[in-house]
Write a protein that binds this ligand. Sequence first.
Ligand code: G1P
Length: 294
Amino acid sequence: MKIRKAIIPIAGKGTRFLPATKEIAKEIIPIINVPMIHYIVQEAVEAGVEQIIFVTSSGKFAVEDYFDRNQELEAFLERNKKTKELELIRKIGSMVDVTSVRQKEQLGLGHAVLMAKSMIGDEPFAVLLGDDIVVNKVPAIKQLMDISIANKGASVIGVMEVPKNETQKYGIVKGDIVNEKTLRMTGMVEKPKPEDAPTNLATPGRYILTPDIFKILETIPRGAGNEYQLTDAINVLCQEKDVFAYKFTGERYDTGNIHGYLDATIDFALKDPDIRDTFLENLKMRLLKNGIKL
Ligand code: G1P
């Protein structure tokens, strides 16, 4: 069994990044000089995914263009002997096969995933949400694939522990303990209040799903926020079949909010050998300049 396809829903308006997202797709906003969506696609590609299906809305053409070739820019770089840059640009343009489908109305994540049904067909697939960047040597989605393979191709949902007072931001899973990192799921609930949350195991946007999720998505009613929730469909799926929750390893950044975005920017700068030393020097100087003593 191989997971060949990944759905990446990108139809959201990115309101937390206004005014930048007034005219550009949120996914193109970079962490240093690399668009956020690049990290998500790279994770899927490193895990062996061959085709990315973006679920888009209007104004997202730049994301599709980013993963396409840009002949004009390539010719310009070639003429100007910018070999390193040319290589980088070519590599991105041939990174992976990309297709897209429109989500014409913003009716929730479940609805977004359902839009890609005809492009998936009858095979298991991955879903990666663009607001969460996970850094790890073995990509988070690959870790879930491995658990799926070890469990006869079952659906696997990536989870992480969150403080109890944050359950309202996530889909929360419950289940029976299989081992330290794995649960056999018995249910899932979208954004419960802390007092209603069955556990503190949250789903930060990494899923391996079997195609039988689609027929469930076609029948579920609207849920939290009056939207069609992927969470509600997974909740039904785990009553019918084995679905596992897996505590993946990796540093996760919620780049959908300003602080998570800043955390990622700082960490990535500190981990980049070309940037690190100067950045640290400048940072120390700027702290002093702004009267901040640590
Ligand atoms: C979505 C999902 C939620 C998940 C979260 C992860 O919510 O509905 O289950 O935990 O993404 O980021 P959103 O953040 O889009 O409201």
